[in-house]
Design a protein around this ligand. Structure first.
Ligand code: AMP
Ligand code: GLY
Length: 428
């Protein structure tokens, strides 16, 4: 394999961890990150590129002889950046716009799962301007809790779990009236509520073949013991003991294989990371959701866990040569704890100085998400999720201790983090 010029799109903790892993590759010529963050600037060249202008991205790729574009977040994929660049001969890690609809449209994901026999919650899709039919359905049925999902990308805010008829009506009117969900509001999925424990599996796919990374568990709610509103994810660990070897085999055979086969049949072979969100009960897994990219913060623990060359992995997925790759991992457990601005996932102040990086050990890593440099060059908070403190240990307990030891060293005003990351795993 030749050395590569790489363009990585994105700016969060996920992209920092990807940049960190790519920068260690023996196949890297130069790494560009658009737009990146203060930490990725130490690993490559941060760029100001208008990523939603695909022609501008293409011009950059041609000017700088980019060999591979890696797309971190979902929006550019849903917008079809892969289609555009691929047609112009640029290799891209990340699915085309139809593959990305597995995340971008809840009803499309359900349709594909039903067509190719992938286990998931029973559902109904309602399509009408004012969701009158959905309202009528709720009126006539008594099956609570039930899950309402607005179609379309909604940054985790489009899913509502209704425990009663009254609540379902409230959620319906929230969906109708929310400006951020309005685009999605004419299509609604109502689905069966699944009990169980959640875990995520990442399949790296080359259109036909795939490899899986060790299962991870995220912590989506803001509060300890999974309380309070949903967030992008407050911490994660891997491997997740809830995912036994047998279960992983069944996820490969019953979920990933039929999805890859299905997307091929649909004329859109899936290349990129397929995020399989699962609900596990009685040693059986059903799909909660798909995402068309790596998880954030799951990526921040999976990148350090991989001991083989990550850039080669992503290149082989994009170029359809995965069978030539030998994926290896370390034996450690990795844990990350997200440090957030107080107020997140609601509004929060910005601009607080972040300190405490001087005494990190080699198995402690900090991945930046919402940070920036102020006019004096000081590192300050600039987002809800500020950073992910990532650490390893010989087992889950020692990894948790190592991560929280690191968190206690980092400080910024009103830092908030969950105190129970990984506790679910200890119960197994
Ligand atoms: P989604 O965006 O589809 O992943 O939904 C966000 C979160 O809502 C998931 O991580 C689950 O915690 C929860 N959720 C979604 N669908 C279901 C379901 N059918 N049953 C139980 N919980 C669900
Ligand atoms: N950690 C959840 C997500 O990336 O969607």
């Amino acid at each position: 394999m030749q050395a590569l010029n790489v363009l990585l799109i994105g700016s969060g903790g996920r992209e920092h961890s990807l940049a960190w892993a790519i920068s260690r590759s023996s196949f890297l010529k130069h790494l560009y990150i658009a737009p990146g963050n203060p930490a990725t600037a130490d690993l490559g060249s941060n760029l100001t590129l208008n990523v939603s202008d695909h022609a501008e991205v293409l011009t950059f790729c041609k000017d700088q002889n980019i060999d591979l574009v890696i797309v971190g977040p979902e929006q550019p994929l849903v917008d079809g950046i892969t289609n555009y660049l691929t047609e112009e001969g640029i290799l891209v890690f990340g699915p085309d716009d139809v593959g990305a609809r597995l995340e971008g449209s809840k009803s499309f994901a359900k349709e594909i799962m039903a067509k190719y026999g992938v286990p998931t919650a029973d559902h109904l899709t309602f399509v009408d301007e004012n969701l009158q039919d959905a309202e009528q359905w709720i009126l006539e049925h008594d099956v609570f809790p039930v899950v309402l999902k607005a179609d379309g990308l909604a940054a985790g805010k489009g899913v509502f779990i209704s425990t009663s008829k009254e609540e379902a009506f409230e959620h319906l009117s929230e969906i109708r009236n929310s400006p951020s969900l309005s685009g999605a509001a004419s299509k609604l999925v109502i689905e069966e509520f699944m009990q169980g424990e959640e875990a995520s599996v990442f399949a790296i796919c080359d259109g036909e073949n795939f490899v899986v990374l060790p299962a991870a568990q995220d912590h989506k709610r803001i509060g300890d013991d999974d309380t309070g509103p949903n967030t992008g994810g407050m911490g994660a660990y891997s491997p997740a003991p809830v995912m036994t070897e047998e279960l992983m085999e069944s996820v490969k055979n019953d979920v990933i294989k039929p999805m890859l086969y299905g997307m091929q049949k649909e004329g859109h072979p899936y290349k990129g990371a397929l995020y399989v969100g699962l609900m596990i009960k009685d040693e059986k897994a059903k799909v909660v959701e798909f995402n068309c990219r790596f998880g954030d913060p799951e990526c921040q623990i999976l990148m350090p866990k991989i001991t083989s060359d990550v850039l080669e992995l992503l290149y082989r997925a994009a170029s359809g040569t995965l069978p030539e790759y030998n994926l290896t991992f370390d034996e450690k457990t990795w844990v990350c704890v997200v440090m957030a601005s107080k107020g997140y996932p609601g509004s929060y102040p910005k601009g607080y100085e972040i300190t405490g990086f001087q005494n990190l050990k080699s198995d402690q890593l900090v991945f930046h998400a919402g940070t920036s440099k102020d006019s004096e060059g000081k590192l300050v908070t600039s987002g809800g999720r500020v950073l992910a403190f990532t650490a390893s240990g010989d087992d889950l307990l020692s990894a948790i201790k190592n991560a929280y030891d690191g968190v206690s060293q980092i400080s910024f005003k009103d830092a908030y983090y969950r105190k129970d990351i990984g506790q679910k795993g200890l119960r197994h």
